[in-house]
Structure formats: structure tokens, C-alpha cells
Design a protein around this ligand. Sequence first.
Ligand code: NAD
Length: 445
Amino acid sequence: MNNILISRNPLDEQEVGSVKVASNDDVVTAVNDAKQAQIAWGKLTSEQRAQLIIEAFSRLNRVQEQLVNLISEEMGKDHRRATYEVMGVIQSASYLCREIMQAIAPVKKPSGTKIYYRPLGVVGVISPWNYPLAMANNLLLPALVAGNTVVLKPSEITPLVADMFVRTLNEVLPNGVLSVIHGDGEVGKALVASNINMVAFTGSAAAGKHIMASSANKLHRLVMELGGNDPMIVLADADINKAARFAVASSFENAGQMCTSTERIYVDERIHNTFVERVVEIAKQYSVGPWDQPRVNIGPIVNKKQHQQIIHHLKDAKEKGARFLLGSDDYLPPYIQPTVIDGLTDEMLMAKEETFGPVVAIDSFSNIDEAIMRANKVPLGLGAVVFGESNAAYVAENIEAGMVGINGGPGAGDGPWVGAKESGFGYHGSLEGHRQFTQVQVISA
Ligand code: NAD
């Protein structure tokens, strides 16, 4: 990568802007500055830090519209969803600060022993492009409130969102408490190899494994929020209309580029035909186009590489016998039209790997345990969904996923955001998640 990183609009590959790529020396300097700043930052009370952070986040209101536009321009998300992402980050900051303060308050045990949640030091946050603001924020906010300083390495696909985010927060935060360095995975690797204390990472399982291996010799603390290949099981007594609506919405959300998007659907053979018909009816109502057009609900795919990956999965599914009920395997960048396939088999790439595109992929089952077995057949285990009544709890308990939704999406606002198997190691969110950004210290007298 040369030393200028150009951010391009997925619609037409026009330049949106550029940033400087961090050299190895820049990475070392950012980490050293963060180490130095952490001494004073860690000595503040959590209330003092939270006060500064809340004030810093209030500055984001002024650049709210610019952040929304940058999200749309850099990764193709429509205006409404980008607004939702920005507002979510701004509006949840003070609530989250209070929740984090509560999580890290010392606890006194009946014996008199005290448990403290101390800062770890410098946290390297490495984030993806699909929710470029929210994903970075989910990791850097608990790190900062807990008294750590943060060096953020955002995705090379969405550097400008992160740059504006950090620059604005730094109008209030003391020097060195939060900084941003830019570049691709090589800069991420340099950050992991540096003198940091923790890596908080959201991204693919492949990169997560590399980071974990590279962290071994320093025993960096790790929070890894990795990819998903989420199954949905539709039972015979499910509300078919609701299940079909969810299946389409979850498969197409963010043009399918969501870690917990539904990737594989197993439906009871007794309701299979009705379910499939309803899915196709609903999927036909989605419209594809540029993010700034009204009524568009599937935007462009983020770049040609990701577009090719989806086409590769669609072609593979066709070769292996999938029936295309809507759409085809032949789309030009930057779009993938709403696609529904039936006859998904375990041998298809679409079943084995994350497709990350607006595709509903369905197969039927005759036995619930067989459906659970197929759902569990992949190494990833982020979210899962079951629609139905009498056996829904049984399915939920037996699915190997960190978060299972019954008759709705996985992941609760007040619960941890957690992956199972190769979808995660450590987690964030909720009291337990916030504590992962701390060093637990037990003092007994
Ligand atoms: P990615 O793994 O390619 O990149 C993520 C970040 O890691 C980028 O900043 C990248 O530059 C950096 N990186 C890549 N290789 C690295 C390495 N070896 N060392 C250090 N840094 C490295 O992922 P992406 O394409 O940006 O994002 C999509 C993936 O993220 C999907 O798999 C999706 O499911 C996952 N995701 C997971 C969650 C979750 O909460 N579990 C949320 C959003 C996205």
C-alpha cells in the first residue's frame, strides 16, 4: 500500500477523500503517546472520565450530517440507516458511560475482600467497514471509560468516518487519550505487534485468528467479535408471515453485509412451500439502487472484491443444483439484486462460509434434530434464529451460537454481544462485557 489511502465511493469508485497511511514509526509513536497519556487518564475517577467523554460525544451533534454522508459515500449505506447508526452512537453515549461506570465500580465481598476493575493500559481497537462508526464505538467507549487509552485502526475501506469521529472527540479529550492510525491489515498487524496491552477487534474470523496468534507471545488481552454464518430454523407451528418477513429483512439488511444477517434457512417441510412463496413475494418488494434515492432499501455492495465473492457463492450454488426463485448468479457491480434460492445443501459455499450479500438461501427439513445438526455444522456461531412455538426453546438451547433470537433477531440491548465457536473470543456489552476491558485485581486483608 502506498502512503496515501484513497477512500472510494462504491457507486462509481470516485474518490471520497484520502488519509495518510501510518508508517511503522507512526504506529510506535501513537502507542507511546497513548502510554504516556494513560498515566493521567487512568488516575481520573471514572466519573471524571465519563464527564469528559459525554462532553466529547455531544460535539458529534455538530458533525452529525457529515458523518451520515461519509458513511453513505464510503460504504454505500442508505441515508436513513446511516442516520440511525450515527444517532445511535451519539444518543447511547451517556447511558453507556453510566453502565460502564457501574460495571467497573469496586465490589466488596462478604469476607471483606475487594475486587477492583483497573485499566489495562493501551487498547488497540481494530474495526471493520460494515458499521464503520458503531463497531469502532462499541469497543473504544468501554476501553476509555475504564481508564485505558485507545489507538484506533479503522477499516481501510472507511477511514474518513473514523477520522472525523476521532478528530471531533479530540476537541474535548486530553491529548493522546484517543488517536487514529490508518492503513490496511499491515498497519493492523503493526499495531498488534506494538507495545499495547489489549486488542479489541471486530472483523473476519481469518483476521481474528491471525491477531490471536500474533498476540500470544505478549499475552495481550483480547476481545474478538468475528464473522457469522447465522442459521434460521422455521418450525411447523411458526407464524409463517412473520417468519418470512424476518427472513427477508435479515438477509437483505445493509445489503446483506451484517455480521448477524440470516445466511441459511431451514424450514419444516410441512410449511416449506407456503413459506417460500411468501418470502419471494416480500423479496420482490425490495428495491436496489444508489443510497441517496428514495425507497431504496438495498444499496451497492461495498467493493468489487466483495461483489465477486457473492457472485462466486451464487455460481457455486447454481452448479450444485440450487433453484433460483428470484434473481440470478449474474449481476454487474456494484449491485446484487434481491435473490432467493431454494435447495441449499451443506456442500454449497453459501452454507459453509459467510456470503455477506442480499441472498435468502432456503432448504427444508423433516426432523428438528436434523435441522439443528445442519445449523451447527459450520465453525462459526455468532447469532441464530428460531421461529415457532412448542419446540422453539429446545432448538434455542441446542444451537451452537452466542446469541439466539426466538421469533425475532439475536442479541439483546442489555445482554453481551457474544459469539460462540470461531465467531468470538471475549465479548463486549453489558456489565460482564464492559469488565473485559479491565484488569481484575483482588485485594484481601
Ligand atoms: P476484516 O477482517 O477483513 O478487517 C477488519 C479490520 O481488521 C480492518 O481494519 C483490517 O484492516 C484489519 N485487519 C485485517 N487483517 C488483519 C491482521 N492480520 N491483523 C490486524 N488487523 C487486520 O473484516 P471486514 O471485511 O472489514 O469486516 C467484515 C467482517 O467483520 C465479517 O466477517 C463480519 O461478519 C465481521 N463483523 C463481525 C461483527 C461482530 O460483532 N461479531 C460485527 C461486524 C462485522
